[in-house]
Design a binder for this molecule. Structure first.
Ligand code: ADP
Ligand code: MG
Length: 521
């Protein structure tokens, strides 16, 4: 029985301090062989810090760690690896120009001077077929999607002998199919007596993947529960400290004039392959148009051609009736377009600048922040404090450099800035990706608020629940083309799913409703 099981890992009284913040405050953790522990908490609650302590990246200020009952000292990632601890990081790093196999052995000191790539590849194939992980050892990383890159990261940890696998928000970027695959890997691992710690904001995954749940709040452990004895509502409440609704209250849209018009646009991706093929779309003032699709079907290019970050080959983009095709990002910002990019770390913030300055990076052209043409530091600080407060950005001070914030709080900084500065059009790519439940709710409500103030919102998301609850209409993208659109009031998930796999609306309707069904949006 479970009660006789001895923990494979125990962390006792772990405390980790950073200047101005206690990331972990006497945290206890137990992990049993053959089990998955879900570690939950709001952005900035201290989850990554605790795992970084375990992985040998951070030295704890207090506390002790035991592996199979024996006290251990973990001073480096190598110590952690030798103890069978493997971590897939929140912003994982793989080297683009290397192959899968090269990435997997990268940094392994055990490898002889001239590694036998043939043997290594064989071993990788063996592991991947055992875990049903489809990975080609000779593929280059740049050829892989994010989900596949993550598979490589997991494979790497297994290759290195991980008995305790830590996954820090692994499914923030995965499609539903990839997340299912991840569940299978975890099942396979745990059936062999290995164990995993899993950090996620997705409640369905907590329920489906884990055996135990631990919740952190402001660095402290607040709850330990058996997954079978809790539910998403309770967990959300424990994390956020209040009831979370999981739904949006919104009135029907009252669309006015067209504010964004994409007409017959062709564009290539970074490798020169067609990414948008004659794509057209209209967004009106006072409506939210959702874009559904499996990642990599041109969504990124769509948001980037609109915001001037990617060239348009054919076709046109009009904002407020004015032709803005291939204009500079600055000209497009000035015409009233705000952008929440999908790659927030690279495009959204300057890590070496303070939170306050990052928050005003776009707003500074407006009146209250400048004073006689000069930036007014007092007003910047006031503005920053207001944003930090309303978006609950966890930062020790407004002057803290953004690079010291947790991933979720960096996102909130960009969201606060872009949503607040929206001047008519908001282009939001995966706005709730990686955000905790409380922040997700805030961001969704904020998008609806912008709509009700008369903005046109384009919402790209992989989360169908998000699209169905936030968007007014949903356009499905597949291989750079539109498969048709549905009004979200009567869109069925199965229909969307069919269209996302490349079935046109007409055919999908036939398949789903039978031949004599007629609808119109
Ligand atoms: N290297 C660091 N330097 C300074 N502060 C940090 C560092 N890493 C994390 N923190 C701070 O510790 C707190 C917890 O962060 P983190 O563990 O990343 O939270 P979570 O993963 O739960 O979102 C945050 O306030 C964050 O700003
Ligand atoms: Mg984190």
């Amino acid at each position: 029985m479970e009660t006789e099981k001895k923990p494979i890992l125990e962390m006792r009284g772990i405390t980790k301090r950073f200047p101005g913040v206690v990331a972990n405050d006497h945290v206890d953790l137990e992990l049993f062989p053959g089990e998955v522990l879900a570690l939950l908490g709001e952005n900035g609650a201290g989850k990554s810090s605790l795992m970084n302590v375990l992985a040998g990246l951070y030295r704890p200020d207090e506390g002790a760690i035991f592996i199979r009952g024996e006290k251990v000292q973990i001073d480096s990632p190598r110590d952690a690896r030798n103890l069978g601890i493997g971590m897939v990081h929140q912003n994982f790093m793989v080297v683009d120009t290397m192959t899968v196999a090269e990435n997997i052995i990268l940094g392994l000191t055990e490898v002889s001077m001239i590694p036998d790539m043939g043997k290594i590849s064989d071993r990788i194939r063996e592991i991947s077929s055992h875990y049903n992980l489809k990975v080609d050892p000779s593929a280059y990383i740049w050829q892989l999607g994010v989900g596949e890159q993550q598979r490589v990261e997991i494979l790497k940890q297994i290759y290195r002998g991980a008995e305790i696998l830590i996954l820090d928000e692994p499914t923030a970027v995965l499609t539903p199919q990839e997340s299912e695959e991840l569940n299978n890997i975890l099942r396979q691992m745990t059936s062999e007596g290995k164990a995993a710690i899993f950090i996620t904001h997705k409640m369905e995954e907590v329920i489906a993947f884990s055996d135990w749940v631990r919740v952190l709040q402001h660095g402290k452990l607040v709850t330990v529960k058996r997954t079978s004895e809790t539910n998403p509502q309770e967990l959300a409440r424990l994390m956020v400290g209040r009831e979370v609704l999981f739904r949006i209250d919104k009135a029907p849209a009252e669309p006015k004039d067209v504010i964004l018009e994409v007409e017959n646009v062709d564009a290539n991706d970074e490798k020169g392959m067609p990414a948008l093929k004659g794509f057209s779309l209209q967004v009106r003032q006072g409506e939210i148009v959702g874009i559904a699709g499996v990642a990599g079907n041109g969504q990124r290019e769509l948001t980037e051609v609109i915001t001037g970050l990617h060239p348009v080959l054919n076709g046109s983009i009009k904002i407020n009736g004015k032709d803005m095709t291939n204009r500079s990002p600055l000209a497009i910002i000035r015409s009233g377009v705000s952008h929440i990019p999908s790659d927030r770390i690279a495009m959204g913030v300057v890590g070496d600048m303070s939170v306050a300055n990052n928050l005003v990076m776009k707003g500074y052209r407006r009146k209250p922040i400048t004073h006689g043409g000069l930036l007014d530091p007092r007003r910047i600080l006031d503005f920053a404090r207001r944003m930090i407060d309303s978006f609950k950005i966890a930062t020790p001070t407004p002057d803290t450099h953004v690079k010291f914030l947790s991933g979720g709080n960096i996102q909130k900084t960009i969201l606060a800035r872009e949503i607040d500065s929206c001047g008519g059009v908001l282009v939001a790519a995966y706005p709730s990706r990686g955000l905790d439940v409380g922040a997700t709710e805030a961001v969704r409500n904020e998008m609806v608020r912008q709509r009700d103030k008369g903005s046109g919102v384009l919402l790209v998301s992989e989360d169908l629940d998000e699209l169905l609850s936030v968007a007014d209409r949903i356009v499905v993208m597949f291989e750079g083309q539109s498969m048709g659109e549905l009004s979200s009031a009567d869109a069925e998930v199965e229909m969307l799913g069919l269209m996302m796999s490349g079935v046109s609306k007409k055919k999908a309707e036939k398949e789903y409703y039978g031949s004599d069904h007629a609808t119109g949006v």
